[in-house]
Design a protein around this ligand. Sequence first.
Ligand code: BTN
Length: 296
Amino acid sequence: MPSENKKYDNNGPLYEKRRRFYEHDAHLKKKAVAEGHSVKISGSEVILYRGVSSTNTVIKELASSGLADRSIVWSQYQSQGRGRMRRKWDNSKPGRGLLFSMLIREAGLEARYAPLYTLFTAAVLAEAVRAETGLQAGIKWPNDMVAGGRKLCGILSESSLYGNKINYLVIGIGLNVNQKAGDFPLEIRDTSTSLHRETGRYVSRVRLLKTFLRTWARQTERLQENGWPYILEIWKKYEITLGREIKVISEERQLTGRAVDIGATGELILETPDGNHIKCLAEDISLGKYYYGKGG
Ligand code: BTN
């Protein structure tokens, strides 16, 4: 069960004071968070906004004007945050979550490798969250981060392609950091969590981003040394899906079975009750009643 810290569980000034104190950082001072102000964090250009429609949309617009690899658009708030499977991402009470998109310039890479980047991002995030907070966050295939059976983070990757090659990738991350239960919309309150809800502590979003970027750089070096199978290796270190009975949910089909493995380009291999192995790629899964997800 999540360790909700009742002492701070209100919307009062004490919560705000402690949160602001803990998050005190030059990058986030009111003046610094001007629209489009840019700062360097762990070698990446980070462009800060108070509010945008969606950080993925903004970074795509900036990508065409020569934004460098690993640049980031971070916003305190999104009015039209987007999620996977055409869902909206609507838990962005200003300043509580870490909402950002990263540009990955991988020109020439075959498009079929794009899903692997999303798995890589989930593994890097899990590693960074564990290092920064000690929370044993796990990955639900393909790239949701969960803790205490609830959703902690979602990742939405989008790619700009020419033919079957990648021009660039945009990786959008919505990590719930300092939200309290009441900060989430009612529909997702029971199925969502935050680092604050799980640990009872305020967590600095700037520190998290720094740790994420450093972990990304270190793991990218290892990826270059070891090749694509390395992504599956680190993803497996943090995943909580394989070996479980799951439901696969998409517009086209609903399947149940056991998640037995993950394929070379990130697809989930499902073993159905009659022993067949089926590949799932752009779908969602439910891990049962203790995990969020429809029909769980
Ligand atoms: C999901 O779980 O469905 C993915 C959610 C991804 C949300 C993030 S928030 C930052 C970036 N901008 C968006 O519009 N979406 C992603």
